[in-house]
Design a protein around this ligand. Structure first.
Ligand code: BT5
Length: 263
């Protein structure tokens, strides 16, 4: 077997989880792992089921954006069934972000989190995106995680090559994706159980340690509105607190952030 081939057995051999990844559905090619996970969740699939694919042809980001998902990446979705009110669901993005950042940091790369759902290397180049989707009335959340792993960044469209990177391009070698996925599932379950048992505070503490936007001047696009200010905090609801030029503060619940460093 090619050392880089995704293998359900090899992933599961390295798991020390109670429920995350205990059932895995693997696909060579798929539209979007999130779509399949949602379909399975609607049919009653158990908490912890993982959908993983070698490549996606309809990978999605937020707000209908596309997510490029060539072979060699890590494209996966987890089904969760937490008892949360809808406003709390975005906190699972924080849970996933700290798990991904920890695993990438274990490869000696400087993984940092950009609010709300990006993992960047050196706070510059996006290596991972997270997409949480829910149908609260059906009692599930799907957490989709995409990591640019074992392909060179020139496999991404040209317009992304300045702002994106891959683990292979950073390390100049391939990693073991099976090991990475198992490590990620182990970390994810630890963080998820901490969140369920102890609440959001311990998650937010780690998240802030890994965050690269606090204290920076940022531009935030929220739908058609643009805010410029200093990112001073993320509160217990997961909202970004911006200090605007006029000295007032505002809370942002969703949006896209770009960092404006003074030269
Ligand atoms: C995200 O959205 O970053 C969430 C990405 C989630 C992908 C995973 S893969 C497994 C699961 N199944 C899915 O279908 N999705 C999830 P957003 O913050 O909206 O960022 C999307 C933007 O990132 C795009 O508009 C591009 O600018 C950029 N982008 C697209 N593909 C990329 C890639 N492979 N690497 C880095 N940036 C990318």
């Amino acid at each position: 077997m090619n050392l880089d081939t995704l293998s359900v057995d090899l992933i599961q051999n390295k798991l020390r989880t109670k429920f995350i990844g205990q059932e895995i559905k693997y696909f060579e090619e798929i539209g979007s792992t999130n779509d399949i996970a949602k379909e399975l969740a609607r049919k009653g699939a158990s908490e912890g089921l993982l959908v993983i694919a070698e490549r996606q042809i309809g990978g999605r980001g937020r707000r209908g954006r596309s997510w490029h998902s060539p072979s060699g990446g890590i494209w996966l979705s987890l089904i969760l069934r937490p008892k949360l009110v809808p406003q709390e669901v975005p906190k699972l993005t924080f849970v996933a972000a700290i798990a991904v950042a920890r695993v990438i940091r274990s490869l000696d790369l400087n993984a940092e989190i950009k609010w709300p759902n990006d993992i960047l290397i050196d706070c510059k180049k996006k290596v991972c995106g997270i997409l949480c989707e829910t149908e609260v009335n059906l009692g599930y959340v799907v957490v989709g995680i995409g990591v640019n792993a074992n392909f060179d960044k020139d496999y991404l469209p040209e317009e992304l090559q300045e702002t994106a990177t891959t683990l292979k391009s950073e390390l100049n070698k391939k990693i073991s994706r099976n090991h990475f996925v198992a490590h990620l599932l182990n970390e994810f379950e630890d963080s998820y159980l901490t969140f369920i048992e102890k609440g959001f505070s311990p998650i937010l503490d780690v998240w802030k340690e890994f965050s690269c936007i606090l204290g920076e001047n940022v531009l935030v696009y929220q739908d058609d509105t643009k805010f410029f200010g200093k990112a001073i905090d993320v509160d217990q609801s997961g909202a970004l607190i911006l200090k605007l030029k006029n000295g007032s503060t505002t809370k942002i619940f969703s949006g896209d952030v770009s960092i404006r460093r003074q030269k």
